[in-house]
Design a protein around this ligand. Structure first.
Ligand SMILES: O=C(O)C[C@@H](O)[C@H](O)C(=O)CO
Length: 274
């Protein structure tokens, strides 16, 4: 098993199915957790020195923080309905309590927080939707917490890769603190696959090939991207979903394409215009 793959496990007593901490990942900024809560179950956490973006992957919930409360939020009952999710942004030094009104799958995206912004609801209507690429590199993007929306560190996005297509393609990287050309962002991929017995292929590799791992990714796996390019491929018959969490010293997504392959995007877009 690759050192970059963290597999989900059955829910523990608090419903946690996967946990990545900066310490466990061997990096500095990004944390990520997923909870599978049964109807009526409650999860309560303090954010302490991290900000959080709670993404309702599927199901409905009541969520409250120290000063805010949102009742009966949640829309999709499966990520592959491909409708944007409800999310809740929670600053550091706050607390959140999630009460599952249905069986609920909840992603908790974490990064260092300074308490700059208050807790807020991010409804589906505020999630930017775009189609990126063309042909067999076209994919659907839901920008849940992009740099155009306020947070201290977190960037959160979800991506749908049609069967037989590639995403995160042409391969790009963001592992150098070299603004304005490139930003240093650690990144997690939380994968789901439809149908769920399928697999995805993800490669993580660096220019000097000191890292070059091609992984078979299963439903519920988390892939860590500490550095390097990180393209994803969906085999025929299998649609891919992943939730990305990114964070680093500066909250901006400035990436560099692999120069060997960046011609593919222009080629596909040109072919679409014909
Ligand atoms: O373009 C995509 O298919 C998604 C990727 O940009 C993904 O969100 C990522 O790797 C961000 O760095």
């Amino acid at each position: 098993m690759s050192r970059f793959i963290i597999s989900s496990h059955s829910p523990n007593e608090e419903g946690n199915v996967v946990r990545v901490t900066p310490e466990s990942a061997g990096w500095e900024y990004v944390g990520f957790e997923v909870y599978a809560l049964t109807k009526g179950q409650t999860l309560r956490k303090e954010t302490i020195d991290q900000e959080a973006c709670l993404v309702l992957l599927k199901g409905k919930a009541n969520i409250h923080t120290r000063h805010e409360r949102w009742e009966n939020i949640g829309l999709r009952m499966d990520v592959f309905e491909k409708i944007p999710p409800y999310s809740v942004y929670v600053p550091s030094n706050d607390v959140y309590e999630v009460q599952a009104l249905t069986d609920l799958e909840l992603a908790v995206c974490l990064a260092p927080g300074k308490g700059t912004y208050p807790a807020r609801l991010i409804p589906p209507s505020e999630v930017g939707v775009e189609m990126r690429g063309a042909g067999n590199i076209e994919r659907r993007i839901h920008n849940i917490l992009p740099e155009s929306k306020p947070a201290d560190s977190l960037l959160v996005v979800e991506v749908f890769t049609p069967e037989g297509n590639w995403s995160s393609y042409p391969p790009h990287k963001h592992d150098q603190h070299n603004l304005p050309h490139e930003s240093y962002l650690e990144e997690t991929y939380y994968h789901q696959i439809n149908p769920d017995h399928g697999f995805m292929v993800q490669r993580v590799y660096t220019d000097d090939r000191s890292i070059d791992e091609t992984m078979v990714v299963k439903n519920g796996d988390v892939v860590l991207v500490p550095k390097g390019y990180h393209p994803v491929s969906a085999p025929p018959g299998y649609e891919g979903y992943y939730l990305n969490v990114m964070a680093g010293p500066v909250r901006t997504w400035k990436f560099r394409n692999d120069p060997d392959h960046e011609w593919v995007m222009e080629s596909k877009l040109a072919a679409k215009q014909k």
